[in-house]
Design a protein around this ligand. Sequence first.
Ligand SMILES: O=C(O)CCC(=O)C(=O)O
Ligand SMILES: [Fe+2]
Length: 298
Amino acid sequence: MAAQTIPVFDFSAYNLNRNTPDAETYQKLIDDIDNAFQQSANFFTLPTETKVKYSRPDNSNHGYVAIGSECLSANRPGDYKESFNYIPLKGEANTKIFPNEEVPKFSQALTTLYQECIQLINRILEVVGRGLPIEDPLLFVKAHEGLNSEANMSTLRTVWYPPIQDDDLKTDQIRCGEHVDYGSITLVFQDDKGGLQMACEDGSFIDVKPEKGGVFVNLGYLMERWTSDTLKARVHRVVNPESSEIKKQARQSLICFVNPDKACIIKCVDRSNKYPPITSMDFLNMKFGEVYQNFQTD
Ligand SMILES: O=C(O)CCC(=O)C(=O)O
Ligand SMILES: [Fe+2]
C-alpha cells in the first residue's frame, strides 16, 4: 500500500465568492495565535496552587484541567498535559473563571482567537457541505449558528505539555493518549515541538508536522455519525519526544473543538437513519462522561 500522507489544503481556492483574507488579516491571526501561546505560557508557569483556583467545575467545560486528570486512552495512565478550556458564557461569567489578576491579558487572548476561529470554522463547514451530496450545502454552517453564545458548547482549549523527565512518567504515559475527537470538526494550532500523530488505515501512525501559519483540521465522532460514516473521524495522539533536548521543553497547542449548537438534532444527512437522531448536547454529554466522571453540562 502506498505510504499515507496528511493532505495540505489552501482554502483560498474555495473562496465561495467571499474575499480571501489579505496579508494583513492573515498576519493578525498569526500574531493572535502567538499571543495566545505567550499568555498561556504565563498562566501555565504559575504555581499549581494558583492554577487550581481556576479549575473546571463538574457542571461546565470552562476552566483549568490539571496534569493526569484526563485519560483519553483507556489503555494508558492519564495524559501528561494540563489545559485551560474557554467556552463563551453569559455576561460577567464569561471572564470570571480567568486568572485576571495573575495574567491580565489571558482572557482577551483566548476570546479574540475564539472569534477569529469562527470565520475559519464556517468556511470549512461550508466546504464540507458542498463536498457531500446533500440538499442544503449550508446545513453544517446553519447547525453552528450559535457559535460564540451559550447555545453552543464549542471550546477553545489551550494545552501545555510540561517538560518531561523520564522518572516523572508512569509506564505507558504519553502526552496525549490515542483517541478520536467528539464533535464536528477540530482545529489544532501547534507550536514547533512536534509529537502529534495520526493513525493510518493500517493502524500505523504518521507525524502531523508543525507548519508555521498552518492549522490541522480533524473530524470528530459526531461528524462521522452525521454523515453515516462517509466522513471518518481519525485516531490521533501526542507522543513524548525522543530527543532529550526537546523533551526538556514544554509543548503548546491551541485547539478549537467545534460542536453543533446544543439543541441541534443530529440526523444522518443521507436519510439512512443508520444512527438514531440525537441532540448535539446529549451526544457530547455521553462522550464527555466517558472521560470525566460526574460530567453533566447545564
Ligand atoms: O495537542 C495536540 O496537538 C492535539 C491534542 C488532541 O488531539 C486533543 O486534545 O484532543
Ligand atoms: Fe484530539
